[in-house]
Design a protein around this ligand. Structure first.
Ligand SMILES: NC(=O)c1ccc[n+]([C@@H]2O[C@H](COP(=O)([O-])OP(=O)(O)OC[C@H]3O[C@@H](n4cnc5c(N)ncnc54)[C@H](O)[C@@H]3O)[C@@H](O)[C@H]2O)c1
Ligand SMILES: O=C(O)C[C@H](O)C(=O)O
Ligand SMILES: [Mg+2]
Length: 604
């Protein structure tokens, strides 16, 4: 007999089955149609699968064929390589570098997932384009290159408005901010608002090396004016056309910005970048105990240099305990040079327990030559490194670099002067005569034109046995007979991503000296004795993600040991404290973002 109840039940179940297959499950994103194609965080371009095209209003807005991620990747690389091939004969290298930057930047603006995948996979080729040295050229030409804004701009005219402006940023969460005021961009000086290229490049490295999520990073330009008259007079200059604010007026702008940031994102980490020395030190002093921040030029650079200096001791076949006996001449008494010496002194104090004599083998020069206690208007930050005149026979205030090298006979010459060519032929030849069994040259100023010497010059004049490092990349030098002069890149890119990542994943309240020390030691211990013997002080940039995971873990552990870790997400400080070293590295790796297209609609 026909059973009504059964009939209705079966119809209901069929219709439920039918409806569950046609009622769309909720979509993961709110946006629809062209808005999605214009959002580089989620855009997949021709890679949108048909279900997403149907459900997100994309049908008809794209050519019909779905192209796989791998095909999109190959297509991009092919166009990049063909640009390279077609421009190889051009003598204008900056023109070629900018053309490469443009093609990468266009991808960055369209599709961040694909951009970061090609960046990670080709970091050795692409870092010199999106980061140092090409990024310097980009900042110098920014008014012409500017197409789309990236990051945020806060200017002196925004005083009183910043607390509301910060909510204009579209992401709910921000983990890492790189902030500049454009006052000392690499060794290129005051580039005003055009210095925004630097925070963008640093954060690209954060994503590539530290696996920060690109939706949670924020490059920021604080425009307090510029003292660069050429820019002020340039009709296309994009910033405020007024002299830089000074004193309390300047600090009140930074204070207001920081307050706004910490109100919206109390756990965001702020990296200060390319501030002129007085503000680099002042802001570090002002904020370092108040929230999680660091100055990359002072502290990141110091750690990378210290790792290289310790590597140099090993390369000379000496024991690490011999570090305090290395005679090191630092050329450039700015934020970076002073940062390096302060950290080197801390390392000596830890080794010897003696603070009084810790700086005795370190010599410091600025644009007026050797710094001694006789120097008038000696910067307080440099006092600890100013020498007693006569300490070494004939040593006088203002001695030139050549005189200092001849008198001191150093083991290491380290340049952070921002001046290209100051390690000239005479200086390099004098270093060769220093008696050190393996002198080291760190020409750390950026970009390439500002390096204190080139790699070829160093090996030619100071001898084939030297250890060489530069801030911007140079090719290894062919010395003949199959011998290679190895070029290291002593750039803070080896540490800042790990410092930031470790601070983030520990939920550090502040960034302490021990955390920075741990980062430097981790980098220093990364190299094998065989590498070091060849003069290789730093790992290949190809392994930057791996290095950053290790550095990040060492920073997490130091934060826990110092009880400044407050935990991250569901991981509380106790859990961090229980992790072994290997478990901490694993925890860091697990939290590194990797570019893959993720589904934008719920899967069945
Ligand atoms: N490789 C890296 O990771 C790294 C990191 C930070 C800075 N840097 C580079 O270091 C350079 C300096 O940066 P900073 O922040 O210390 O700048 P800064 O302006 O604070 O300091 C520059 C210093 O160099 C001195 N100087 C100028 N001309 C000199 C000369 N002819 N001889 C000796 N000293 C001279 C100045 O008196 C000053 O003390 C820049 O080129 C920057 O790109 C490199
Ligand atoms: O940006 C770099 O390449 C390193 C450093 O931060 C610099 O200012 O030169
Ligand atoms: Mg810098």
């Amino acid at each position: 007999m026909w059973n009504l109840t059964k009939f209705v039940a079966s119809r209901l179940s069929r219709s439920r089955r039918f409806f569950s297959s046609v009622i769309p499950r909720p979509c993961i994103i709110q946006k629809r149609g062209a808005d999605i194609l214009h959002d580089p965080w989620i855009n997949k371009e021709t890679g949108f699968p048909l279900t997403e095209r149907n459900r997100l209003g994309l049908r008809g807005l794209l050519p019909p064929r779905v192209i796989s991620f791998e095909q999109q990747y190959a297509r991009f690389m092919e166009s990049y390589r063909s640009l390279e091939k077609n421009t190889v004969s051009e003598s204008d290298t900056s023109h070629v570098a900018l053309a490469k930057w443009r093609i990468l930047n266009r991808l960055h603006d369209r599709n961040e997932t694909l951009y970061f995948r090609v960046l990670i996979d080709n970091i050795k080729d692409f870092a010199p384009i999106i980061y140092t040295p090409t990024v310097g050229l980009v900042c110098q030409n920014y008014s012409g290159l500017f197409r789309r804004p990236r990051g945020m701009y806060f200017s002196a005219k925004d005083k009183g408005e910043m607390m509301s402006m910060i909510y204009n940023w579209p992401a709910q969460k921000v983990d890492m901010i790189v902030l500049t005021d454009g006052s000392r961009i690499l060794g290129l000086g005051d580039l005003g608002v055009h210095g925004i290229g630097i925070p963008i490049g640093k954060l690209d490295m954060y994503v590539a090396a530290a696996g920060l999520n690109p939706q949670r990073i924020l490059p920021v330009m604080l425009d307090v004016g510029t003292n660069n008259l050429k820019l002020i007079e340039d009709p296309l200059y994009l910033g405020l056309r007024q002299p830089r604010l000074e004193g309390e007026e300047y600090l009140s702008i930074i204070d207001e910005f920081i307050e706004a940031v910490l109100t919206r994102w109390p756990k965001a980490i702020v990296q200060f970048e390319d501030f002129q020395m007085k503000w680099a030190f002042e802001t570090l002093k002002r904020y370092r105990e108040r929230f999680c921040m660091f100055n990359d030029d002072v502290q990141g650079t110091a750690g990378v240099a210290l790792a290289g200096l310790l590597g140099t001791v090993r390369a000379q076949g000496r024991s690490l305990d011999d570090f305090p006996n290395q005679k090191i001449v630092v050329v450039g008494a700015g934020s970076a040079g002073l940062g390096v010496l302060s950290m080197a002194v801390q390392a000596v104090v830890r080794m010897t327990g003696n603070a009084e004599t810790a700086a005795q083998n370190f010599f410091l020069l600025d644009k007026d030559g050797l710094l001694t206690k006789e120097r008038k208007n000696l910067d307080p930050a440099a006092v600890a490194f100013a020498k007693d005149p006569g300490l070494i026979a004939g040593l006088r205030d203002g001695d030139s670099l050549l005189e200092v090298v001849k008198k001191v006979k150093p083991d290491v010459l380290l340049g952070l002067s921002g001046v290209g060519g100051v390690f000239n032929e005479e200086v390099l030849k004098a270093l060769r005569e220093s008696g050190s069994n393996r002198p080291a040259i760190f020409a750390m100023s950026n970009p390439t034109m500002n390096a204190e010497c080139t790699a070829v010059e160093a090996f030619k004049h100071a001898g084939e046995n030297i250890v060489f490092a530069s801030g911007s990349p140079f090719e290894n030098v062919q010395l003949g007979n199959g011998k290679v002069g190895y070029v290291n890149q002593a750039n803070n890119m080896y540490l800042f991503p790990g410092i930031g990542l470790g601070a983030l994943l520990s939920g550090a309240r502040i960034i302490t000296n021990d955390m920075l020390q741990a980062a430097a030691e981790c980098l220093a211990s990364y190299m094998t004795d065989q590498d070091i013997e060849k003069g290789i002080l730093y790992p290949s940039i190809n392994s930057i993600r791996d290095i950053t995971a290790e550095v990040g873990a060492s920073v997490v552990r130091a934060a826990v040991a110092e009880e400044v870790a407050e935990g991250y997400g569901k991981v509380d400080p106790e859990e961090l404290a229980y992790m072994s070293k290997e478990e901490t590295v694993e925890y860091v790796r697990r939290n590194m973002w990797y570019p893959n297209y993720s589904p934008l609609v719920q899967q069945k």
